[in-house]
Design a protein around this ligand. Structure first.
Ligand SMILES: NC(=O)c1ccc[n+]([C@@H]2O[C@H](COP(=O)([O-])OP(=O)(O)OC[C@H]3O[C@@H](n4cnc5c(N)ncnc54)[C@H](OP(=O)(O)O)[C@@H]3O)[C@@H](O)[C@H]2O)c1
Length: 312
């Protein structure tokens, strides 16, 4: 019988226990799920979270793979004790959550909902406040992976003029796909609404900085559900103060929880959401974990294997 170690926060065990047991049973995998502390030398697979208790993999000599419950891997990808294959989470529930958060905040900006919420004062302000149609609104999505790609195609299906940007060239229905440094400049130059769904790697750190923010149209809106490191915070605050950027809705930060005295909290042009854009859902994530264990046991190519050199 295989031995799995559930190495997420213990408070998540009640939700994951039934989900993992049922997904493993459906897949016909006989496995015992252990909680830390357990003999590391006996563990076949680690169901891992960057917030869990296992961060030193040295003693896990028998372990065939580390199966991350998170989409982002920046906290583990450079771990020198990790010699086993690392798989990240691509989960249907995570993807739907991200699509819904991004679509909601894009529509909020597109329809200028904040303006009307702030002006419920008896004055009939029609002139200049009819929103353009979605097809006349240019939305740019940086990152066209599992999450960014789903956001881009959903926004395109609503009629938005969507441009996407990724490291390697892509083809996505209804989306103008760009790549490379020139592609980034072109994308930012047309970004009335910018959505950043990139991973945290050395290449993406401070991608939005004084120079790149200056390429964006005046009055653009930024939504960042990717990672806090994508944005140079001082440059964004300056761009908000000059009006280059009209508003930023930020879900992720360099330090989380965002400290109470951080300028983002009090800034009138910033909306902070507490890293809730997309959460791994135990039922669908457990099926991905079980499928990957089946693949490893069968000697098949695993799903969502992380490229450690690339960093995501
Ligand atoms: N806020 C939340 O609740 C939440 C939840 C889950 C995930 N996230 C964040 O969302 C990120 C994306 O997740 P995902 O599952 O979509 O990841 P993914 O499938 O690995 O996609 C990453 C995308 O970013 C592109 N990319 C990476 N480095 C790049 C670079 N240097 N230049 C241009 N493009 C680059 C990739 O390009 P290629 O396609 O060419 O490789 C790919 O299109 C995660 O890493 C995590 O940080 C946030």
């Amino acid at each position: 019988m295989l031995k799995l170690l559930f190495a997420d926060r213990i408070e998540n065990w009640p939700a994951y226990e039934p989900a993992l047991k049922s997904a493993l049973a459906e897949m016909g995998i006989a496995a015992e799920i252990l909680l830390p502390p357990a003999d590391p030398g006996a563990i076949d697979y680690i169901v891992y979270s960057p917030r869990g208790p296992v961060q030193d993999f040295t003693a896990y000599t028998r372990t065939k793979a580390v199966l991350n419950l998170w989409a982002g891997v920046e906290r583990v990808v450079g771990n020198p004790t990790l010699t086993q294959p690392l798989c990240r989470m691509v989960d249907e529930g995570l993807e739907r959550g991200m699509v819904e958060w991004v679509t909601g905040h894009v529509l909020r900006a597109h329809l200028d909902i904040d303006f009307f919420l702030a002006h419920q004062d008896g004055v009939w302000r029609q002139a200049g406040h009819v929103p353009p149609l979605a097809r006349d609104r240019s939305v740019v999505v940086l990152g066209l992976g599992a999450l960014g790609g789903a956001c881009a195609t959903t926004l395109a299906s609503l009629g938005f003029a969507v441009t996407g940007w990724s490291r390697t060239p892509k083809t996505l229905a209804g989306v103008t796909c760009l790549s490379g440094p020139e592609g980034l400049r072109a994308a930012l130059g047309r970004a009335q609404i910018l959505v950043t769904v990139l991973p945290n790697t050395p290449e993406t750190t401070d991608l939005l900085n004084r120079e790149t923010l200056a390429l964006m149209p005046r009055g653009a809106v930024i939504l960042n559900p990717g990672r806090g490191t994508l944005i140079d915070d001082a440059a964004l605050l300056a761009a908000l103060d000059t009006g280059r950027i009209a508003h930023a809705t930020l879900d992720v930060f360099r330090v989380e929880p965002l400290p109470p005295d951080h300028p983002y909290w009090a800034h009138p042009k910033v909306t902070v959401t507490p890293h809730i854009a997309a959460e791994t859902r135990p039922a669908s994530a457990a099926r991905v974990i079980a499928e990957n264990i089946r693949r490893f046991e069968a000697g098949e190519t695993p799903l969502h294997l992380v490229d450690r050199a690339r960093g995501y």
